[in-house]
Design a protein around this ligand. Structure first.
Ligand code: XIL
Length: 732
């Protein structure tokens, strides 16, 4: 469906009017900073390098979107204090001064870590190991110096970083021997001091600044084992009076991991022992790697596949939803790097919401433009199988509010995405449930009516085996029907007479092929009736030529358009006199995008007027003249209708455009050549265009009518409603 909409967007931007404006990429909240969107929840931070604070554009971006800054590398002990008595403050100061000048507060990162550390602290001048007391003295001096220097601008320090062991390491390799794994990382710090170094580092930091928040920071906090090790360590330290205020969950995750439940479990567990949780280093790799250790996929920039971007957007959306839910304890979320170009993971991963050209990605917008009400929304539990399902299929299901939920069996798949989503999202990403089945629910209610969709399983596009197939987007798609308040007008009724739809194949000389159309014949067609002169005769009928859109064909109107049912209902209710509807393939599938400006509908005009109409008039009981012939079409079929009716007014006396542009009086040479004009679209399309067209046509003396369909976009409920209304004014 996304492809279909994109196509329409292209049609729209190049088409005759400003139709479909909503499909263009617009960012209505472009002026709202990320930090402002989250002002009631937590501060939003970013890790920066020297380039980020030297370049005007990047500095402006930081100031607009973020209200917390971390130095990515320039404050680490190894950078700032590489040897005894040697201090490199230049780069560190540059970042601090940028923040001071712009009123941004900083997370200090970090004071004591096994990596990028001031390793000279462990040895004496001769290179021999020092006693732990010497190490503590040096660490204390380091911590005091740095904390004091930046006291005015820092609100939180990562005092100790990554001191705990990872999951999946049953043994440690200590002094050449395998020993049962310790809960602690076997760092030089630990080997010299045991876990006392953790307590000391926090004590030194607290001495230096009694007010700043002090954090223990680590990655993979959502792993079951590591989560508990961190919990036990912090708990034990706090009970012993060590001044730990908070836990930093780094958050180097990926597009598949963690699940919300894992993340929640860690947050709620840590909440038992600390009042502050910061998400200190957020990024989402696009592979299955995670954690604080650099792995190997730091590849070159490759374009990011659409479905991967969707998975990333969804994962960002899910994680932020959890963060918002726990805003009582989470007071900062920091992205690890400003843009994909800066990412420590390399360009190949595209891990951040800002791309390598400093442009906000869709994931950025999704994070920023969250719907606070949706966070708490629980769909009503009155699910029923989608009416478009194949026999016996329970899924997909819809509820009375318009939510849809899906269930797909694909045991070995890595990802399953349903191409139906909200707010410009790429779709609904399903997750494997405990039975290994992929399930998921749309984020909110969908527009009422029919929607095409498909599944993307590990990048491959397939249909949902739950539903029947419907031709759209130049392929057979799955379909779902969301209950609409006015659904009775297209519901099949058992108590009324029904017409039928015939498939007619005919040879087309102009295209050198057999062509196909479907012909709706009303109930009573062909019956002998008494004529005016008392003789038995067969009634003849007017004909509506009704065209589908770009990716559709002759099956679209009769099947998903429900044209036959709508006609039966209108006739049974006495709202119209019976007429024939011809739904032919309109040659739209081969159309190449980017050439819409050159689209003339000349091929179809030839087929329609020189070949199809003569076939219909020969095979069926038609009234074969202009005042008994109408043409209408949806979307690209509307473009065909407009072009052909204006060029050949002698053929059609009634014209209709359904989300397919508008007529303006000055376009119509002879005002008497048309008896009725219909224009319509959904209220999520371009209702102004429709209203202006109707007004102008009426003012110029035309018999014109419009319809703006409520709560619908460029989809079939709009067009069903248009047909229902338009049909009542044809052939009068
Ligand atoms: C990373 C930096 O981003 C890289 O530039 C550097 O080469 C290695 O360190 N956990 C941390 C951060 O706490 O300090 C690390 O930063 C990423 C993992």
């Amino acid at each position: 469906m996304k492809k279909f909409f994109f196509a329409l967007m292209v049609l729209a931007t190049m088409g005759s009017t400003a139709m479909w404006a909503q499909w263009r990429l617009v960012d209505p909240r472009a002026n709202v900073g990320l930090k402002d969107a989250y002002k009631d929840y937590f501060t939003i931070g970013v890790a920066v390098n020297q380039r980020n604070v030297s370049d005007e554009a990047q500095m402006a971006l930081i100031m607009k979107e973020f209200n917390s800054v971390t130095a990515e590398n320039d404050w680490k002990p190894g950078e700032i204090h590489p040897q005894e008595g040697v201090w490199n403050f230049e780069k560190a100061d540059k970042i601090a001064n940028f923040c001071r000048q712009n009123g941004i507060k900083m997370r200090g990162h970090c004071l004591c870590w096994h990596s990028q550390f001031a390793d000279w602290m462990f040895t004496n001048k001769k290179g021999k190991p020092v006693k732990k007391e010497v190490f503590y003295e040096r660490l204390r001096e380091h911590i005091h110096t740095v904390v004091n220097r930046y006291k005015d601008v820092v609100y939180a320090w990562d005092v100790v970083n990554e001191a705990m062991a990872d999951d999946g390491r049953p043994f440690d390799f200590v002094d050449g021997k395998l020993v049962k794994a310790s809960p602690y990382r076997q760092s030089r710090h630990f080997k010299l001091c045991g876990d006392e170094f953790i307590a000391k580092a926090f004590e030194f930091a607290r001495e230096a600044d009694p007010d700043v928040l002090l954090f223990y920071n680590d990655y993979s906090c959502v792993d079951n084992g590591k989560r508990e090790r961190i919990y036990e360590m912090v708990k034990k330290m706090k009970e012993a009076g060590v001044p730990i205020d908070g836990i930093g969950m780094q958050g180097h995750y990926n597009i598949y991991f963690p699940e919300e439940e894992q993340l929640e479990k860690a947050i709620t567990r840590f909440k038992e022992i600390v009042k502050h949780i910061n998400i200190t280093e957020l990024d989402l790799r696009t592979n299955t790697e995670s954690g604080g250790q650099l792995m190997f996929s730091r590849g070159e920039a490759k374009p990011q596949a659409g479905y991967i971007a969707t998975l990333q957007e969804d994962q960002y959306a899910r994680l932020f939803k959890v963060f918002r839910k726990h805003a009582d304890v989470i007071d900062n979320v920091t992205f690890w790097n400003l843009s994909d170009k800066d990412s420590w993971l390399g360009l190949g991963n595209h891990p951040l919401p800002i791309d390598e050209n400093l442009k906000a990605k869709r994931s950025f917008q999704i994070i920023r433009d969250f719907d606070a009400a949706a966070d708490k929304r629980v769909p009503k539990d009155d699910w029923v199988p989608n009416p478009m399902n194949q026999p016996g299929q329970e899924y997909p299901q819809v509820n009375s509010e318009g939510f849809a939920r899906f269930r797909v069996e694909a045991p070995d798949a890595k990802s399953v995405i349903v191409s139906l989503g909200l707010g410009g999202r790429g779709g609904t990403v399903l997750r494997k449930d405990k039975d290994g089945v992929w399930t998921g629910t749309t984020e909110g209610p969908m527009d009422p009516g029919f929607h095409y969709y498909h599944l993307t399983i590990d990048g491959g596009v397939v249909n949902d085996p739950g539903t029947h197939n419907y031709f759209g987007s130049c392929r057979w798609e799955s379909g779902i029907e969301i209950p609409a308040p006015d659904q009775d007008f297209y519901a099949w009724r058992k108590d009324i007479p029904h017409g039928n739809i015939q498939k007619v194949d005919f040879w087309s000389e102009s295209t050198g092929k057999m062509q196909t159309c479907n012909v709706y014949l009303p109930d009573g067609y062909g019956k002998l009736v008494k004529g005016k002169n008392g003789k038995l005769t067969q009634e003849r009928y007017p004909v509506l030529y009704l065209q589908h859109g770009w990716g559709e064909n002759e099956t679209s109107w009769p099947v998903q358009g429900k044209a036959g049912i709508i006609m039966d209902n209108l006739i049974a209710d006495g709202k119209i006199k019976p007429f024939i509807v011809v739904m032919a393939y309109g040659l739209t599938n081969d159309f190449k995008f980017g050439t819409i400006g050159k689209f003339t509908a000349e091929e179809f005009e030839k087929l329609l007027i020189d070949e199809l109409i003569p076939v219909i008039d020969k095979q069926f009981l038609t009234k074969p003249d202009k005042w008994n012939r109408a043409m209408a079409g949806l979307s690209m079929g509307g473009m065909e209708t407009k072009l052909i009716t204006l060029r050949r007014p002698e053929v059609f006396g009634y014209w209709g455009l359904l989300s397919g542009g508008t007529y303006m009086p000055e376009e119509i040479k002879d005002p008497k050549c048309v008896k009725y004009i219909f224009v319509g679209c959904g209220d999520k399309e371009n209702p102004d265009g429709i209203n202006k067209s109707v007004e102008a046509l009426k003012a110029a003396g035309f018999n014109a009518e419009g319809l703006v369909s409520e709560n619908t976009a460029h989809e079939f409920l709009t067009w069903r409603r248009c047909l229902y209304k338009m049909a009542q004014s044809l052939f009068k």
